[in-house]
Design a protein around this ligand. Structure first.
Ligand code: OAD
Length: 248
């Protein structure tokens, strides 16, 4: 494990273009539950029932009550953890250029990263299904469910539901970033949701070193990742940063 931490620090020190792909595991230490595995949201709910666009259109009250209301409470209060802070420092050091995140919690930006591709959109804003007005989630009055826009339309998170396309710009830029990377850190994602999970594959095919940080192995571990550092995101990033500081 210590060897891999040192190796990651050395790989980062040498790289010219570093990117990160993050998933729910990066935000677990901020109190946001993951989707899969122990304590995951999809243990409690069927994603096709609460996170598919067809379910939302059919019954927005149910989806708001089961999922979005709780998520609003959790995300409103969440603060960046050591993983987010470490990645922000990595950018400050001129080492990390871009984060591609599947998370919708805005914690990378809150920590200070300036180039964050929100692959699955953002929970920071709600948008009106009628007139497309965007309203900051923390300003949305949820005393009535579903909340409405002034025009009378129903508000929905400005995030991607299952059954919807990835925002074109996010997809296009992510592919470019993956292609250009010398090192891609893949942090806290089960890598089972496409097309996000394809980004490390694109990076690898383009010659990047793919470093996974996750307490568990994933579908990428054997075939795509150069190595897996088994551990929680915050502690692992802290240890890599300490070794990197000694090298720079
Ligand atoms: P998942 O919930 O599928 O996976 C979370 C990953 O985090 C797992 O691989 C865990 O082993 C790992 N993990 C657990 N604790 C960790 C820790 N302390 N530090 C680091 N990693 C840890 O989350 P995602 O891969 O992000 O999409 O899920 C991808 C997409 O599926 C989400 O964006 C969402 C979901 O359905 C949509 O809703 C469209």
């Amino acid at each position: 494990m210590d060897d891999l931490i040192q190796k990651a620090a050395a790989d980062l020190a040498q790289a010219k273009m570093v990117s990160a792909l993050t998933g729910a595991g990066a935000s677990i230490e901020s109190g946001i539950p993951p989707f899969r595995g122990k304590g995951g949201l999809w243990e409690k709910y069927d994603p096709m029932e609460v996170a598919h666009i067809d379910s939302f259109i059919q019954d927005p009250v149910k989806v708001w009550n089961l999922l979005i209301k709780d998520m609003k409470d959790i995300v409103d209060q969440a603060q960046p953890n050591d993983c987010h802070k470490g990645l922000a420092r990595l950018e400050e050091l001129g080492k990390l250029q871009t984060i591609i995140t599947q998370n919708i919690d805005g914690l990378h930006q809150m920590a200070g990263n300036t180039d964050v591709i929100e692959f699955h959109g953002t929970f920071a804003w709600q948008r009106c299904m009628e007139c497309n007005t965007h309203i900051e989630t923390r300003r949305v009055d949820i005393s009535e469910i579903p909340p409405h826009c002034q025009c009378g339309g129903i508000l929905r998170p400005n995030a991607v539901f299952f059954g919807e396309l990835i925002p074109q710009e996010a997809l296009w830029r992510s592919r470019q970033v993956a292609t250009d990377s010398d090192v891609m850190l893949v942090i806290g994602t089960s890598a089972v949701v496409q097309p996000a999970a394809l980004m490390p594959v694109v990076a690898k095919e383009s010659g990047a070193t793919v470093i996974e940080i996750n307490p568990e192995s994933t579908v990428l571990t054997n075939d795509i990742s150069d190595y897996l550092i088994k551990g929680p995101a915050g502690d692992t990033i802290n240890r890599i940063m300490a070794d990197l500081d000694a090298l720079l």
